[in-house]
Design a protein around this ligand. Structure first.
Ligand SMILES: Cc1cc2nc3c(=O)[nH]c(=O)nc-3n(C[C@H](O)[C@H](O)[C@H](O)COP(=O)(O)OP(=O)(O)OC[C@H]3O[C@@H](n4cnc5c(N)ncnc54)[C@H](O)[C@@H]3O)c2cc1C
Length: 386
């Protein structure tokens, strides 16, 4: 239990869930916390090394079954995401993109050969995957994607480009979504295929401890068996996003918890006007409001996780969680920043790093506005965007 857990929400978890949570928390304390400020400052992260360590603990494709995956519950996976993101959103992104996007796409839509080829290696972290849906000119509206796939004899030719792709600079395989004559199709593309080039996107002011890239596809020739046979239409990549968004619902709470715990400790020791900041009513009002939002966010995540484990989680329900928990986590990070005063902007404390990271989390996997529109559509029966 942490000081933020006012309601003893821990008691809603079972022993196994608490144990997984403790193991991941320890890993983050040992392997992420001591280094992450430096990675963030340098805009680098030892992604391969971390992937192997996460693989050893069974965190990659953790909620998938078979092919070396741990087959855990959605709630256990969510708790792992929370602990990883308490370290850094970029580190959680490495795991989410690997497990919920790249591995899930192959696991759900791939052929048996594709699963055998990629999933065991991805589960151990020996192979890294990425997921290419966004393009330079098409983000929120992937239905308009310009990347094309056309048949050439038995082969496929892919042409176009993907932008803002997490893990791309270090990945071995990309799940690429492209428009074919019959609609959107997915392909497992080894990144050493001739015609594929990857450029790292530098100068990000957010998610700096995560590698992001642009993938150019110049008439890339792929054998017929690169096609994910089960993925037909845009609903396939969107189903992968639903998986990953569930992890984000939990993950954002981790960043917020780290901000809150840091701030509680700081406000308890920093004195102004002869008393600790924590003793001022205005500070306590901020802390109380933030802790209340955190508890509500946790209850929401847990409810969605239990729905997922019962096989009943619907996309618009995940939108409720992603919209609320990322928005509130960002609000918490910004409010904590005020309590640390000038130290709030220093890299010596994690607050500004979390706040900056959460700006990306607010945008990727569907922006807040898109999730509002998804919820609005469900409420009104009218689509305001598609
Ligand atoms: C660090 C990082 C990592 C990422 N990793 C990946 C990845 O691994 N794979 C991947 O495929 N993508 C990835 N993305 C891309 C991300 O998913 C897109 O940025 C996101 O979908 C938004 O698209 P966009 O940036 O093109 O914004 P746009 O779609 O251009 O939107 C800009 C603004 O307009 C608003 N808007 C758009 N349409 C509407 C509408 N109909 N009504 C109201 N408002 C609207 C949006 O909400 C937003 O506020 C990543 C992004 C970042 C920042």
């Amino acid at each position: 239990m942490t000081p933020v857990d006012l309601l003893d929400l821990d008691s809603l978890l079972d022993d196994e869930e608490r144990q997984i949570r403790s193991v991941v928390r320890r890993l983050v304390d040992d392997r992420v916390r001591p280094h992450v400020a430096d990675w963030y400052e340098r805009g680098q992260v030892p992604a391969r090394e971390l992937a192997r360590e996460f693989g050893r603990l069974g965190l990659l494709g953790m909620h998938l079954t078979g092919y070396g995956c741990a087959g855990s519950t959605a709630v256990a996976y969510g708790l792992a995401c929370l602990e990883l993101e308490a370290g850094d959103s970029g580190v959680r992104s490495l795991v989410s993109v690997q497990g919920s996007l790249a591995m899930y796409a192959i696991w759900r839509y791939g052929s048996e050969e594709q699963k055998q080829r990629w999933l065991p290696a991805m589960a151990t972290g020996e192979a890294i995957g990425c997921f290419g849906l966004t393009e330079p000119d098409h983000g929120s509206d992937p239905a308009s994607m310009a990347t094309r796939a056309r048949r050439d004899g038995d082969d496929w030719l892919l042409h176009g480009g993907k932008m803002w792709i997490t893990n791309a600079p270090v990945a071995d395989v990309a799940v690429i979504w492209a428009r074919a004559e019959e609609g959107v199709r997915g392909f497992a593309v080894p990144l050493d295929t001739p015609g594929v080039s990857v450029r790292e996107i530098r100068r990000k002011m957010s998610l700096r401890a995560s590698l992001t890239g642009e993938i150019a596809l110049d008439d890339v020739r792929l054998p017929a068996d690169a096609l994910l046979p089960g993925a037909a239409g845009l609903k396939a990549p969107l189903s992968c996003l639903t998986e990953a968004r569930h992890g984000i619902v939990w993950g954002a709470l981790g960043a917020a918890r780290d901000c809150l715990e840091t701030t509680l400790a700081y406000a308890g020791t920093r004195t102004q006007f002869g008393r600790p900041l924590a003793g001022f009513q205005l500070t306590q009002a901020k802390l109380a409001d933030m802790a209340v939002e955190w508890q509500k966010g946790f209850l929401l995540a847990l409810h969605l996780g239990r729905l997922a484990d019962a096989g009943r989680l619907r996309p618009e329900q995940v939108s409720v969680g992603k919209l609320n928990n990322v928005r509130e986590a960002l609000a918490i990070a910004r409010q904590c920043r005020t309590i640390l005063g000038a130290n709030g902007v220093s890299g010596e404390y994690p607050i500004m790093r979390h706040a900056n990271n959460l700006e990306s989390v607010l945008t990727y996997e569907g922006t807040s506005e898109i999730h509002q529109l998804v919820i609005g559509q469900r409420l009104t029966g009218l689509s305001a965007f598609a």
